[in-house]
Design a protein around this ligand. Structure first.
Ligand SMILES: C[S@@+](CC[C@H](N)C(=O)[O-])C[C@H]1O[C@@H](n2cnc3c(N)ncnc32)[C@H](O)[C@@H]1O
Length: 210
């Protein structure tokens, strides 16, 4: 893994730092003594306001944030410590590797992908997570039976692309987005709301497949 400053605790408090990166983890290695609790995963959690907000509201559930930028992981861990939240962990890793190779199968009751990079330039469209069947399949596999996948974006074209990609797969069913559910506004969402952008969400439930 990349360089870390010598004067910083390593791993950071609340950071998941596996001894081995090429073996699938078990739930107990991520949330020791809490492996049986309801577990939610926030992919690309940024500074973690949503993650920590959820963790404060639901202390009985586990929350794992996955984020590739070290500065943001530091912030998540700092806020987790300040808030004395025993139910949060942060993993500094690329989302697709985490979901496809590292996290346990059937680990999450709910997965959140909130305001992922929309990759607006045409030559980057293939990087959009929601248009990749392999990524969607690995989110499906990460979920427990009946688990849910929640996606939100401010980018109208990305939303349409996600809807199109979902027409091509048969392992998620669409559910209505509930209006009365506790669901904190994320850092990026605040910015886009202030900018007057239209925010749209897709809520999916895992369908069991052979
Ligand atoms: C637009 S921000 C949204 C952050 C947060 N979900 C929110 O709504 O405030 C996207 C976040 O995903 C992270 N990110 C982008 N691509 C990623 C990847 N492939 N793996 C892990 N994190 C990623 C970025 O570093 C950034 O923090």
């Amino acid at each position: 893994m990349p360089y870390r400053p010598k004067n910083e605790p390593f791993p950071l408090p609340f950071e998941v730092y596996p001894e081995e990166w090429f073996r699938r983890l078990e739930a107990g290695e991520i949330f020791p003594e809490r492996a049986d609790a309801v577990t939610e995963v926030d992919l690309g959690c940024g500074d973690g306001s949503f993650l920590n907000g959820m963790a404060r509201q639901y202390p009985e559930r586990n929350f794992l944030g996955v984020e590739r930028l070290l500065g943001r992981v530091r912030k998540v861990c700092r806020d987790t410590r300040k808030g004395e939240l025993a139910n949060v962990r942060a993993l500094r890793l690329e989302t697709t590797y985490a979901v496809e190779w590292l996290l346990p199968r059937g680990f999450a009751d709910r997965v959140h992908l909130l305001f992922p990079d929309p990759w607006p330039r045409k030559k980057h469209h293939k990087r959009r997570l929601m248009r990749q069947p392999k990524f969607l399949r690995s989110v499906h596999d990460l979920l427990k039976p009946g688990g849910e996948f929640w996606f939100k974006t401010d980018h109208e074209e990305y939303f349409d692309v996600a809807e199109e990609a979902l027409q091509e797969i048969d392992f998620f069913e669409r559910l209505p987005w509930p209006e009365d559910e506790f669901y904190p506004v994320t850092d990026f969402e605040q910015v886009w709301q202030a900018d007057g952008r239209k925010i749209q969400g897709i809520r999916l439930r895992k369908i069991a497949t052979a």
